[in-house]
Design a protein around this ligand. Structure first.
Ligand code: UTP
Length: 304
């Protein structure tokens, strides 16, 4: 009989980055509080994890980002006002953003030393069990990504990283797979390279911000040294698990948006609204008019 992998019950949300690509918006406001539709990015990530069966949510944050934790706390004064005014829909929205007592914990990364270091900061909160990592600024629209990964993990166990193809010119922005066997949905991996120059990239299949990992990754993160960009890279420690534990790339359904920069967040908002029955009509009309509104946009429109 096959070995049943341990259930994934905890997820880590690294939110301690500086968000420099979004300055000045992120001078005071955490990047993860930027809005997609009517919710901040961190709430989308939280709901995606909850829908995938995650029970404990570990935020790796910095001390000046307390807004993120506050967002999930009960707001009794607002709750009371909405109740008195019989605002049922608004009350339901408020409830959606309130986490059950004790489900969210916060650990601090005092210096933004890199994603690998951020994940390492969660080691005591995770303990000796498999866990998910979600980067809230990577948003997948169309189909909840983590739930797809948990399903695949239940078949293959080990470590799973969500992957997508990018144009070769962009490999220098991502962790890239050295592919052993491309099985379509699941890809077995020979190695990983962080941010390779396009000419050196072993493939164009890159890791996005969704992972399912085994706790042994903490052993490697404990002794991790600075990698590309002077940061402690998660990819470098993941690479050490290959050949020791099952390790797969996972091609997910849906489309991923990099909401860590303004054009990416704008595209994600448009895509999100296109799935909203109330918004799609007015938005499509607006976009048609906008494409015809000046000479530059008309040129693009004709070229499409
Ligand atoms: P990014 O690469 O997007 O970095 O991090 P960043 O600092 O947030 O943004 P830029 O590049 O300066 O604009 C990816 C994810 O890892 C987290 C970030 O919060 C983000 O969710 N992160 C990154 C940390 O938690 N700590 C770090 O030291 C670095």
């Amino acid at each position: 009989m096959g070995h049943v992998p341990l259930k994934v019950k905890k997820a880590v949300f690294p939110v301690a980055g500086l968000g420099t690509r979004f300055l000045p918006a992120t001078k005071v406001l955490p990047k993860e509080m930027l809005i997609l539709g009517s919710k901040p990015l961190i709430q989308h990530a939280y709901e995606e994890a909850r829908a995938a069966g995650i029970e404990e949510f570990v935020f790796v944050s910095s001390r000046d980002k307390s807004l993120i934790e506050s967002h999930f706390r009960p707001h009794s004064a607002l709750h009371q006002t909405l109740t008195e005014r019989h605002k049922t829909a608004e009350l339901a929205s408020l409830q959606d953003s309130t986490a059950d007592e004790g489900r969210i914990s916060v650990v601090y990364q005092d210096e933004p030393l890199g994603l690998g270091h951020a994940v390492w900061c969660a080691r005591e909160a995770i303990g000796n069990e498999p866990f998910a990592v979600i980067l809230p600024d990577d948003v997948v629209i169309g189909s909840p990504c983590l739930a797809q990964m948990i399903k695949a993990y239940e078949e293959v166990g080990g470590n799973l990283v969500a992957v997508e193809n990018v144009p070769r010119a962009e490999t220098c922005k991502y962790g890239v797979l050295d592919i052993e066997h491309d099985g379509g949905r699941l890809i077995s991996v020979r190695g990983l390279v962080e941010k390779p120059e396009p000419a050196q990239a072993p493939s164009t299949l890159t890791i996005i911000g969704r992972y399912i990992l085994q706790p042994e990754v903490f052993d490697h993160l404990s002794s991790a040294v600075k990698g590309v960009g002077g940061e402690i890279q998660l990819t470098d420690s993941l690479a050490k698990l290959i050949g020791v534990q099952p390790f797969h790339g996972f091609r997910f359904e849906g489309k991923r948006y990099d909401c860590g920069n303004s054009i990416g967040l704008l595209k994600a908002n448009v895509a999100y609204a296109m799935n909203d029955n109330a918004a799609v009509g007015p938005l499509a009309e607006f976009l048609r008019d906008a494409l015809n509104s000046n000479t530059a946009s008309q040129q693009y429109s004709r070229a499409l």
